[in-house]
Design a protein around this ligand. Sequence first.
Ligand code: NAD
Ligand code: MG
Length: 413
Amino acid sequence: MSQEQKAVPACAPRTLAQANEPARQGAVHTLTILGATGSIGKSTLDLVERNPGMFHVVALTAQTNAAGLAEAAKRARAELAVIGDTACYGELKERLAGTGIKVAAGQRAVVAAASEPADCVMAAIVGAAGIEPTFAAARQGRRLALANKECLVSAGNVFMSAVARWGTELVPVDSEHSAALQALHGAEPESIEQIVLTASGGPFRTWTADRLAAATPEEALRHPNWSMGAKITIDSATLMNKGLELIEAYHLFPVRADQLGVVVHPQSIVHCLVSYTDGSVIAQMSQPDMRTPIALALSWPRRMSAPTPRLDLASIGVLNFEAPDETRFPALRLAREVLRKGGTAPAILNAANEIAVQAFLARRLGFSGIADAVAQTLEAAEGRGLMSEPEALNDILAVDAEARLLAQSVLGS
Ligand code: NAD
Ligand code: MG
């Protein structure tokens, strides 16, 4: 995709750097968390709890964890708790009986919760399941703290033009994009030469291709630096996560695809580097703890306190950087290719990857089979004429559904 093909070429200065409604110091902010029982959801709730009087929680949602959701809703004194899976409604209702917290269930109710007026919605549902609720949250035209990268990957142009139309203030939560937001603050698009995202390299950074082929879910779930949900942890092991993040960065920031790079940095201290036409490079550093970028997304353009371990460079001593190996980790190359192709290609890659990761976690597919399945699904999708230019959310949802079926048939399930 060239810069010209983007829906909103200079989106960053407008939707990222200039707050519509700058954080009002001392005011209570209403907040909704989609995916409240997940890794990002829990970290967000931790910050809410540690900063009493700063936020009023409107709604919390989860998919199946009724116990976790009920507990979180009680602690945060939420107005509303919504469970996606209707089979869990009875349990949620029972657990919240007598608390005065409203309860609801089903995917429509999750979308309705996302639409409840709130100063900020944290979009932290995992996967393409988050697309519709994230759109609903963005439609409010207020602040959207975006963790659900799959929404931006699958629906990039459609999402960014909707965000611009609705005047939504989009603030990224992904650590590399939060870092880029800071390193880009106040920059003129013409002065940006390159944005380089760092990748930890995951648990298999030094493994040979043979050893990789036999990697188990337990090994892949053991991330060296970050504690995250299962899906993104597997994506970090294949480097698909970095590929999804390149696509995410492409839509968020005023750069062309060829201005985006990746460098492997095993310590995960530097999160992103922005180089400028004068030779300057601005990097953001912090300990790998998602509460730092979450705090920034909640308080931008101000800063709030976060109880994360502080960075002590003298005790770390050395920071290493190396080029990514796209032969052992082909997912990164596939993501670059779909970014170049544009249209529905990234949505197909994302859907196929979700199916392949599920199959790997269920031990129906080997580790190296994940990227293979994605490549084969992309090829099959091309043959079926699924590559097109989506115009609306429904086009993306339809392609996502078809790509899932194709991926399942590629996997023989
Ligand atoms: P997670 O698996 O820990 O949590 C996912 C949340 O989504 C849970 O609350 C779950 O109940 C909910 N959910 C799952 N399926 C759903 C469905 N079908 N409908 C509605 N809700 C559903 O995931 P996570 O690690 O917190 O990641 C959330 C998002 O944030 C992902 O898009 C991920 O890529 C992104 N992200 C996460 C991290 C991290 O450190 N965890 C970092 C950067 C970006
Ligand atoms: Mg990231």
